[in-house]
Design a protein around this ligand. Sequence first.
Ligand code: 9GP
Length: 818
Amino acid sequence: MNDTIRIDEAAGSAGQAPALTAEAFREAVRAKLKYAVGKDPSRATAKDWSMALSLAVRDQVVERWFESTKASHAGQKKHVYYLSMEFLIGRLLNDAVCNLGIEAQVRTACAELGIDYQAQLEQESDAALGNGGLGRLAACFMDSMSTLGIPAHGYGIRYDHGLFRQRFHDGWQVEEPEDWLVSSRAWEFERAEMAYLVKFGGQISFDGHGATYWRADETVKAVAYDTPIAGWKGRHVNTLRLWASRPVEVLDLGRFNHGDYMSAAEKTIRAETISRVLYPDDTTAEGKELRLKQEYFFTSASLQDILRRYLEDNDDIRKLPEQVAIQMNDTHPAIAVAELMRILADDYRLTFPEAFEITRQCLSYTNHTLMPEALERWNTNLFRKVLPRHMQIIEWIDYHHLAEVQGRNLPVSLDNIRIIEWGSEIKMGSLAFVGSRRVNGVSALHTELMKQTVFKDYHLLYPDRIVNETNGITPRRWLYECNPGLRALLLEAIGDGWVDNLEKIEDAAKFATDASFRDKFAAAKQANKVRLAAEIERRIGLRVDPTALFDVQIKRMHEYKRQLLNVLETIALYQAIRRGPGAEWTPRVKIFGGKAAPGYQIAKRIIKLANDVARVVNNDPIIGDRLKVAVLPNYNVSLAEVIIPAADLSEQISTAGMEASGTGNMKLALNGALTIGTLDGANVEIAERVGPDNIYIFGLTADDVAGLRQRGYNPNATIDSDPTLKGAIDAMVNGTFSPDDHGRFNEVADRLWHTDWFLVTADFQSYFQTQRTVDVDYRDKTRWTERSILNTTKVGWFSSDRTIRGYSKDVWGVEPNF
Ligand code: 9GP
């Protein structure tokens, strides 16, 4: 028992927090259990202990939080505001413990209290306030901004229900509401006093003396909830401020007293609906309106808060850009362009041209996709109804912008640069572009494609505006915390410099040829695979051999991500094994995880297909352990933390040109998985860094895809000429996997035969052959481990710390403190 361990020196000195002993921490947990949770140890449940533990850790964070806030105020430095509809932060306890460097004390204290630290971690619900890559990127950025000591706030929505919980019923996806708030959250602080009014609808009037009045017909209150986000060694702590929508008046007492209870609560329900769910189904008119209200709600509250903070220390609103950099994460907060102008013009009486100039200096926009269906457009009638003043402002911007461009005589199409298209739709990507200081893509290829396609004309007009900031991931969560075995090995071999300077991980590359290091590296991977195998059995009752190749595809279910290509390859492999079970096969476990959007029917059918294939393959005695298929339900951050350290092969097989970046590709490579992928998104940059011998690249390039689509692709001919592919598609439609319903996958097959927009069939043969090379290579364990080490050690550049340094320099004009 060691209760005199002192907090890590660096954390103690830089964070100015008092040193913490295990004994002191143990007593703090006891006190929290008694006075904050209100439980006696003999009666406390696991949840109670977890809450007490989190509260005790939170106290440590708060100390540093106050210091950071004071230092930021005193430093008078430019402040960064990251506006995002999504923050996929996952669990926070272990993150805070590791970042503060108090793991040893916490573990010792837990042992003394007779509670299992690991079990406590699992009590915490995942904060799933995001869909996928975009939301997780925002969470990694919060971690990095704190680590680099950049004064910053993240702003988003405190959804009552985050991303739905996915269950499989007979192999079909079933969505259930997610209820992360069911048990109280240790990490957040409600700031009831920090509330802003947000208005919707109504009329605009002018008083003839330059003043404008917006008489809204609905007003709600945005109430702040703050979560401190500690950076590495607790040197700096920033705030994630999430807004909850509340009614302005708690109850209509008049109606209530007349016995009209339901309508007395109506306003409350309407107001609270705004922050009720992440991504309401927007296929209905009501759903669309709600989504627009959500976007405006959090953007308006955040801007009001930003201006309040600015005006605490400054009195000249015109100097706002010197102190404030606001990042719009995708087009969801793009209404900020009009809202900031509205506040500056209507509340501070600046002229529109002045307000526009200031707005353009403060805001920047990150584009995360080029797919037209994901670039938001709002119908002008709906927009005018919900945000009448903003509609006027956007009309002004559009008109003046066009006039300015016409004056410049450049070869651009005016139709392409209009913000309001044919008077009927507002293109939010265009609004964001025009209203921004910088616009960035998220990988080198994606940024290039932005310049060549969707934003071509804008790029001609503003050649310096588009910059590239290739995505990154935080090495704290995605190696240090989720892969303790590999972490320990790296700490022993090269120290801890890599944790906040990930490029230093390359110092371990030299050990790739060191037999003893290799054995330890392989042993760490093996232990992670055993852990995942147990998790697979626990979740779906499937036993898998942990020495088999773990082949992982984890991401949202989307046609362009081509899970279907992987499933077809699984079928083809299954058929090949059945035809020759005696041949030399490399045992493989195909692991899938991912949710489909509730309204995305074809993606849901592909999940069903994966499950049907899994059922047949896993129960076929001829196949045995040569091939197993594990489709894991409810893929989320916590499950990713178990899967990623255990992966041997990382599937990054999107149609080239369609995945803006990807970040799972980086997490998997950092944890030693070799990538099989197309030259898409950040795969291109990963390939450059790990080298061609340590990655499996196959298929069409983005140029090939564009060319093929332009010429017109005929999948028929491809399928007919490829018996392996044809055999797999035939099996899909002849009932091999759906004996109860032969027609179940007809639509999936029809799309492949007739259009195949995502070019699954075009890439199939190349993919299938590359997988067979993987089979052969995996049998050479020494060489595989060597290449796995080279993946881990060569991808240090993909740290989100590096990305944030890039934003700081190219986009925000701020200087990191660390
Ligand atoms: O699809 C992109 C993904 O490639 C990228 O890694 C992620 C973070 O930049 O953003 C995703 N885009 C969206 O979620 C919606 O635009």
